[in-house]
Design a protein around this ligand. Structure first.
Ligand code: FEO
Ligand code: CA
Ligand code: CA
Ligand code: CA
Length: 589
């Protein structure tokens, strides 16, 4: 019966009850604590957080807002230690309406002052902090030489096929090889040599002006650009963030940025060989021959799944030899076939339809216009793909398709079978084995549907889970996916169907009798989603982002939560939390 099936899962904690609360909740037997919050010190000379007097100078030294991706990197490098390391953090976007009174989400872009706009720019980007557990729990190491803030003003090198391309040249950078900063950094990944891949998830929404009035109207439209979407007011004060005044600046975003947290002086690099699209994440694995494979999702309705295969194998003995490894290789896009096979279609300039006549005169054209190239080769349009991660135990891949309200009955395909699809689904991809090893460089995989999200008690939802899934365990809108060292899957959701319950973190097995049986593990405070789940190598610490708490508030004067401080006058603060089992055991058991 259901009880027996539930007992056979490797997920051992008693499931949480669903809540919609201004506090967060975690399953019994687990502890969580706040590690670092928006406004806490990162650089040694950072001032104390003063929410009544936010300044750009302070924000540039403090922990940013709306933390998302987390990557734990052991110290010393290569040590595999689980009690001392660096934590790399993305700060995706600001919530002006939760920073200053008198603003709403809809009018902030038009009403913010220049000084407020400067704060929104300084409060995002990335942070590097040093963290240590000296036996009394995890702490941020004050005064670390690794501490770093990266912002939309940080100079970055453009490398790979788009470097120097005419579409990348601007008034400020006539060479097209150096760009100031990064923004909308969502998820990402970590390379085998211990650098971070931070993903730029879209420029639309950050620029002012009318893209239709520029010479690149069609290209900008395919990348989501729309008139007057300047949600943060940047275009009112900075010409480079105004389509009509600097029409090429937008082409310098939507890339994957490689950053070396172990070297605080190292300049970030935009790796254009990884293609240009709404980059959700970049999951790295190594093929049997040593080539590096990067799995990437384009988080946009009807867009695609990609993988990059490096031209050369990586060098485990010489870290410096891998410095520009991601500049050469082949980008592929996925075509799902109805017979449950999947073909990775190579995107190679000059081959097939990817010719000069079709707008791809050189490899830089292909990198900058990746979506147009993928359109031509017959890739399968997906229902807004987000998390795309490898189970380290089985080598199989899982893809989260968040949702697609707009898919019509004549647009469904085998891998995106529901129209509309407001609740999303999860796919399972199986690369072939070669000589007993999983071949992530192979051209053809198998695939299947893993979970169809929604309420399994409602037949019209056409949900599909393990039959023992409880009323608290089913979910919708899967976003980030992570695995602990035992291969248990962690799913963060982004957008529950109604106000009945909050986004949360669910844990499930992908194999065995508990396959596809999720349990509710952690419920963040209302208005927030959790994201970026990240384990120490021993699987006994889980770092987790709590992003945009209180985002369901109309204004700062009427916040729905003041998590985690719960003090009058202190707004809700995005934060990184640390989760541990009370008995010190592996997370998820
Ligand atoms: Fe930033 Fe695709 O979520
Ligand atoms: Ca995401
Ligand atoms: Ca989100
Ligand atoms: Ca999302």
């Amino acid at each position: 019966g259901e009880r027996a099936a539930a007992a056979e899962t490797s997920v051992g904690f008693p499931e949480l009850k669903r809540v919609m609360d201004d506090h967060d909740r975690i399953a019994a037997g687990y502890d969580r604590k706040v590690l670092i919050r928006w406004g806490d010190k990162v650089l040694p000379d950072a001032p104390e957080f003063d929410p009544a007097n936010l300044t750009a100078a302070a924000a540039a030294r403090q922990f940013g807002t709306n933390n998302d991706l987390l990557v734990y990197l052991p110290l010393p490098i290569g040590s595999g230690r689980s009690d001392h390391g660096l934590l790399f953090v993305n700060h995706e976007y600001p919530n002006p309406q939760l920073m200053w009174p008198g603003l709403t989400e809809d009018d902030a872009g038009a009403k913010m002052t220049e000084a407020q706009v400067a704060v929104t720019m300084a409060a995002i980007g990335c942070s590097v902090i040093e963290v240590k557990d000296d036996g009394a729990g995890w702490q941020v190491v004050a005064g670390s030489r690794y501490a770093r803030r990266i912002s939309p003003a940080t100079p970055m090198r453009i490398s790979g096929p788009a470097a120097g391309h005419p579409l990348m040249r601007t008034a400020a950078d006539p060479e097209g090889r150096t760009v100031l900063g990064t923004f909308d950094n969502c998820n990402g990944g970590v390379t085998p040599w211990g650098t971070v891949l931070s993903c730029e998830e879209g420029f639309d929404g950050w620029f002012g002006g009318d893209p239709a009035k520029t010479e690149h109207a069609a290209l900008l439209a395919r990348y989501g650009a729309d008139k007057e979407e300047d949600g943060y007011g940047w275009g009112r004060f900075h010409d480079r963030f105004h389509y009509e005044r600097e029409p090429n600046e937008a082409h310098r975003f939507d890339w994957v940025v490689e950053i070396d947290p172990y070297d605080p002086e190292a300049q970030p690099v935009k790796r254009t060989a990884l293609g240009r699209f709404t980059h959700e994440n970049a999951s790295c694995v190594v093929a049997p021959d040593g080539r590096v494979v990067v799995y990437m999702a384009d988080d946009h309705d009807f867009d695609y799944l990609y993988k990059f295969v490096s031209a050369r194998p990586w060098n485990p003995q010489d870290r410096a030899a891998n410095r520009d490894l991601l500049d050469e290789g082949t980008l592929h896009v996925a075509r799902f076939n109805a017979d449950l096979t999947l073909d990775w279609l190579p995107l190679v300039q000059g081959e097939g339809k990817l010719t000069a006549e079709n707008g791809f005169a050189n490899p830089g054209d292909l990198a900058i216009k990746t979506r147009l190239a993928a359109d031509l080769v017959g890739a399968t349009p997906m229902d807004a793909p987000e998390g795309f991660s490898v189970n380290p135990v089985t080598g199989r891949l899982y893809v989260a398709l968040t949702e697609n309200e707009d898919i019509a009955p004549d647009q469904v395909n085998a891998a995106n079978p529901r129209a509309p699809n407001p609740e999303g689904h999860l796919l399972e991809l199986t690369p072939p084995a070669a000589d007993g090893r999983i071949d992530h460089a192979a051209a053809r995989y198998g695939w299947d549907i893993f979970i169809l999200c929604g309420d399994p008690a409602k037949p019209e939802a056409r949900a599909r889970y393990h039959p023992a899934t409880s009323a608290d365990g089913w979910f919708t809108d899967p976003d980030n996916i992570a695995f602990d060292p035992d291969g248990r899957m962690y799913v963060c959701t982004d957008g529950p169907p109604d106000a009945g319950f909050n986004d949360a973190l669910y844990v499930l097995d992908t194999d065995g009798p508990g396959r596809a049986l999720p349990k509710l593990f952690y419920s963040p405070p209302r208005g927030s989603e959790c994201s970026g789940p990240c384990f120490t190598p021993d699987g006994r610490t889980l770092f987790l982002s709590v992003q945009h708490p209180g985002e369901d508030s109309e204004t700062l004067d009427a916040v729905t939560t003041r998590w985690p401080d719960f003090r009058d006058g202190v707004p809700p603060r995005p934060a990184v939390i640390v989760i541990r089992k009370a008995d010190g055991g592996p997370i998820g058991t």
